[in-house]
Design a protein around this ligand. Sequence first.
Ligand SMILES: *C1O[C@H](CO)[C@@H](O)[C@H](O)[C@H]1NC(C)=O
Ligand SMILES: *[C@@H]1O[C@H](CO)[C@@H](O)[C@H](O)[C@H]1NC(C)=O
Ligand SMILES: *[C@@H]1O[C@H](CO)[C@@H](O)[C@H](O)[C@H]1NC(C)=O
Ligand SMILES: *[C@@H]1O[C@H](CO)[C@@H](O)[C@H](O)[C@H]1NC(C)=O
Ligand SMILES: *[C@@H]1O[C@H](CO)[C@@H](O)[C@H](O)[C@H]1NC(C)=O
Length: 899
Amino acid sequence: MGCFEIGALWLMVNIISIDADTSAGGIQAECLGNRVQFTLPSSLNEGSPLEVYAVNNAQTFFLTPHLAAQCGYTQKLDPWGNTIVSASLKSCFAEKQGDKEFKVAIQVKLYEFPMLSAKVLEASKSCSHTVVSREILCETNSMEVSVRIAIPEFKEAPVKGGPTVIPNLQLWKILLYTPGEKAFDRETLQGMGYNVYSSPTRLVMRSPYNMADNFVLNVDDVDMIVFKSVVLFRDRWMMAIVESTAACPTNGASVVGQMISWRVPLHLTPLMSSEVEILEVHMGIDGRRLTSEEMRSLNYDMIFTESHVVVVIPIGAPGGYYKSHAVENQYHISYKIEPMLELLWMEGQDKTTYKVLFPITTPLTPFPPQITDNTQPKQKVFDALLGYFLPDVVLLNITFGSELLTVSEVIIKGIGLQEQSFPNGTKAFALQIPFSHPYVQEKTLRPDRRTYFLPLVFGFVILPEQASFSHSTVLEASLSDIVRPTAGGRCNEDIFNIHVKYGSTPRSQLQIKLGQVELSDEVLQEYEHHSNETHFIIIVPFLAPLVALESVQLTGVLGRIDVELYDTLNNLQVKDFSLACPFFVKMSECFSNGTISVVVPKLESVPRLLPGELSLRDPACKPYYNEDHFAFFRFDVTACGTTRTFVGDTMKYENEVTWKKDEPLPQTSDFHPESEYRIYVSCVYSANSTQSMIFHAVSHFKEPEADVGKGELTVSLRLSQDMVYRLFYHDGDYPVLKFLKQPLYFEVGMDHSRDSRVAVGLENCWATLTKDRESQPKWDLIVDGCPNPKGPEQTIIHPVSEDDRVDIPDHFKRFEVKALTLREDDGSSESEDPTVARRVFVHCDVVICHAENTADGRCYKPCAATPNQIGSSSNRVRRSSSFSEEALQHVSIGPILLI
Ligand SMILES: *C1O[C@H](CO)[C@@H](O)[C@H](O)[C@H]1NC(C)=O
Ligand SMILES: *[C@@H]1O[C@H](CO)[C@@H](O)[C@H](O)[C@H]1NC(C)=O
Ligand SMILES: *[C@@H]1O[C@H](CO)[C@@H](O)[C@H](O)[C@H]1NC(C)=O
Ligand SMILES: *[C@@H]1O[C@H](CO)[C@@H](O)[C@H](O)[C@H]1NC(C)=O
Ligand SMILES: *[C@@H]1O[C@H](CO)[C@@H](O)[C@H](O)[C@H]1NC(C)=O
């Protein structure tokens, strides 16, 4: 044994010597047949390095893997980090007393950071073991055979009467079969890595598995490594020959479905002759023999065939354990178990025990982690569980989007992260992160749903080998938590008041457009506006460039503002509406000193108009002042081509604003600026009052028509709720629901005038299906101030008399429509479903005339009793020619739903 060197120098701090049989100090020892096993609980070293030494006679020998395999020791870590050291009872440094008592001692040095000091533990174990003729042990790193040297005792002395002679046999030569025969002496063989030990009664031969001089033999489809030798002992003229062979399987395990089966040949030909009687077969785990009850309870099985004993173990059974692996960044697992098979057979008078310890690892199988998403979107927190992992997996870091955080940083940042363990030994990682966290991204795929998502990469490491792998996933949740922006507006005197409520769309993400103009900071400087976290309000004067003016009337203008809200992040129009309001502001003024001023705005219908190019009748009279969207004229009644007419006891001054292009346009152009824009301005002066009038025409006719208003005398059309004209429907009541057969009572009246000299006259009234008074089809109700001659029974004109509401009966006209039968006049149009409610609008042309001036019959026109008597067409021509400068007021009402 002198060939073993003593371990290198080391620092010894203290030695805790353990009498192993009392198992003190934490190292446990156990006799397992012909082996002894020491267990160092992981709590002893907590993962820091340790060194294991064999002890013999106060000498210690550092067990390198090489020395361990040569001398019959093994060392391994179990999945819980415990260090397991086992030794054959015939290991090099065991103390043997006879062939019955064996004592194995080890010493363990536990290094502590910073490796300068070591704690030393010692343990020893004595085991009794009754050896049989031959014992073969297939360890995980070596194969060992121990045979009895059966040298017959000399019962008789060679010389009669002399003492009994026991020959002093010395090991002389070893023949190794590789399989060819080679002769070695013991020292050479030990130098090669084998171990040869002999006592007067036993020979122990040991070979690590990877020795070149062993050979492989296939026995019933199982490869066996064979270590075969013949050892020659000699004492002068005497020689004893001992044959020793060990044969250990190197394969035979396979996985079928969820079962591991491990086949061991029963006819171990290198070790057995044909007349063998197998006495016992046992199986065990981790070197520990199991009873048949234990086997049953663990679902292990042993099956005997003609040629083999087959050990069957379900994958995942207790006794083995799973191990993690990283293969190309993917998580894999395998199952490891170390079964043991023991055979005892009889050959003649000799018994052989055969013990195989056979670690099996199943092929690596992918075990992809799964995300269990427990997120309840309403809670606005991602709650996910990533599992399942074996205990040897450690989460190192998580990458949120593009930011990598170590686990401790994750926890410092307040993100919920817990490791959860399950009874089956797996674990999982639970992560909670609120939607509001900056790492969580969001998008709106549907206008009413918001989707939150969080790309994650989990970085793992497998212990103890430090193999790393990662798992990527994206958490996603959708929530209908969108409150869409809303907007509205109203008009006050001369402003639009537009308000926007952001809802859940941040202001920065909301683009507000007024009349095609985006409200940039620059634009906002021009307007009064207010905002807080939730609301935005802007005040736009009616004559601002953002406002589209639809028409100009004497009483004011009809302005419209188009409002559009746009979600820039999601490229989504969220709101689009137009607010149109009449603004009752004086556009012109007639001063008593003879000055007339007028503001003429650019109209939406004449987008090309350049207000600076407008002029009065005298083209030299250009605007006094102008901007891009309006012009302001100030002129004297005696200048700029103003004409004067006498009407009764009043004087009426008139002029008009037109657009005469300075440069004539090409002949081919059909663009006639003059006919596109024409605004009549007039002032009526009486003895003690003035009244201004403004007429506007947007038409291609020279004659002014359409959208003409008159004076401050506003007229409205109303629908009465009753037949006595007491209660009326108001603007907010529309659409009004009426039965088809129900009579409708209409009234046209001047609203604010107290001037008894004026009267209201009805010219034409008709019904249409749309708001557009010009639309077709139309049904005439009153034509030229009289019931429609084509259906005179349908409309009745009622006289108006004074009551508490009506001061001046001339200011009102009333008519009843008995039943609005909406038959198509030509009868050819689509036949309407009579059950469908129809929306109708009623329109009237109203004339305001002087009450005294009855000569031409404008205010008080007699109506024919029968339709055929009136030449209505001639009437109409006359009226329009003689009152061409008079204005018709247009009034409309609706919708009225007829069912
Ligand atoms: C002047 O106006 C007042 C009230 O508007 C009216 O009573 C009076 O008759 C008017 N005078 C003349 C001469 O028209
Ligand atoms: C372990 O237990 C968890 C929780 O009961 C279960 O979801 C998981 O599938 C189990 N894993 C294995 C490998 O059995
Ligand atoms: C994050 O984890 C991965 C996977 O284990 C590892 O490769 C990487 O080095 C880790 N990064 C940092 C900065 O810790
Ligand atoms: C924001 O302004 C709106 C409209 O002026 C108002 O109703 C609301 O209460 C204001 N909100 C806050 C938080 O001040
Ligand atoms: C007429 O009166 C108005 C208002 O007082 C004034 O602005 C204007 O300059 C006057 N015109 C003349 C010619 O005096």
